[in-house]
Design a binder for this molecule. Structure first.
Ligand code: PRT
Ligand code: ZN
Length: 223
């Protein structure tokens, strides 16, 4: 990796975290010139640039050193650590950011008899989070099948491709609309500022320190 003197932050290009992440960075005094391809935003005041990508790519970009920091859901960060990033240096959750709150939960059909996690033994569970679900099942000694789906997880029980699901829940409306009942919470999530365990010691490190200080001020005012 070529040495860099500007800090580079990866964030979601278009999705639930985009607006609140930009808003937070603006409150930290950062301004950006939007480039034409909208993938890279040059920071005008401070030496901090943005890379706008799919949220799933953010942990990998930090792990590879392409970006110094990322704003991403704890769910995406945790899944990366247990799957693609499992053999590399672990990433660090530098700050919880207080937006994008949701939970990763197990849900079963409303008419399924379910009292405790052990009732999942022998079932097939559909999810986009095979790493987090696999670890939860293993830690409880539950032998269940994990069906990995990229999306539309909530319709899997109706389609017969799974008996239960493990998906993100916010209001619970999607579960109700699909006659599902939330039974267990695996992870409480929110957007976090992620970075490498070992932070850069060059000019980027100084900027990072300043950014964290401003971030703490902004977060404190909000609370
Ligand atoms: O294109 P890209 O890959 O970047 O976007 P994406 O579609 O993967 O992500 P996006 O924008 O949907 O979500 C980004 C992040 O927002 C997630 O990784 C979470 O950390 C966080 N977040 C917060 C949520 C929700 N709330 C949420 N409700 N992510 C998804 N949902 C979905 C959930 O999957 C389910 O389909 O909303 C539905 C449930 O919502 P309720 O309110 O009906 O319970
Ligand atoms: Zn995504």
């Amino acid at each position: 990796m070529k040495p860099r003197d500007r800090l580079r932050i990866a964030m979601q290009k278009s999705g639930r975290l985009t607006e609140p992440a930009l808003d937070l960075l603006t409150r930290c005094g950062l301004t950006f010139r939007q480039s034409r391809d909208k993938l890279f935003c040059f920071g005008e005041g401070e030496p901090v640039d943005l890379l706008l990508v799919r949220d799933d790519d953010i942990p990998g970009l930090i792990a590879q050193g392409v970006c110094d920091l990322g704003i991403v859901g704890r769910n995406v960060l945790g899944e990366f650590q247990l799957t693609a990033g499992r053999d590399g240096e672990p990433l660090d959750e530098l700050r919880p950011l207080g937006f994008g709150r949701c939970r990763l939960s197990i849900a079963v059909p409303q008419d399924m008899a379910y009292e405790a996690p052990k009732d999942l033994a022998g079932t097939r569970i559909a999810t986009s989070y095979p790493g987090l679900l696999g670890e939860w099942l293993r830690s409880r000694g539950i032998d269940a099948g994990v069906v990995t789906l990229a999306g539309s997880v909530e319709i899997a029980p109706k389609l017969g491709t799974a008996d239960a699901i493990c998906d993100l829940v916010q209001s619970g409306g999607t579960l109700v609309a699909n006659q599902l009942r939330e039974t267990d919470v695996l992870l409480e999530s929110e957007a976090v500022l992620a970075g490498p365990l070992t932070l850069p010691v060059d000019e980027r490190g100084d900027m990072l320190e300043l950014l964290l200080k401003r971030l703490d001020g902004v977060i404190q005012v909000r609370e």
